[in-house]
Design a protein around this ligand. Sequence first.
Ligand SMILES: [Zn+2]
Length: 79
Amino acid sequence: MANSSIRYGASIRKRFNEVKREKRELYKCDLCSQMKVKRISTSIWKCKHCGTVYAGGAYSMKTSAGENAKSVIEALAKK
Ligand SMILES: [Zn+2]
């Protein structure tokens, strides 16, 4: 099953790149609206501007469930 193992490896690499990108990203602070929220440790996010600490996902502030809900809301808003 050489083909399936190659596919598996590619999807892991793709996932790893996505995680790396999300970890570098800064998020918008709900309190001061600055793009200064940075991941400081697993599931902990902190705004560099006003110091607000958020509990979020391990690698991304938004959980995938939250992301899905948001895209649904955006899709509905366009209609
Ligand atoms: Zn802030």
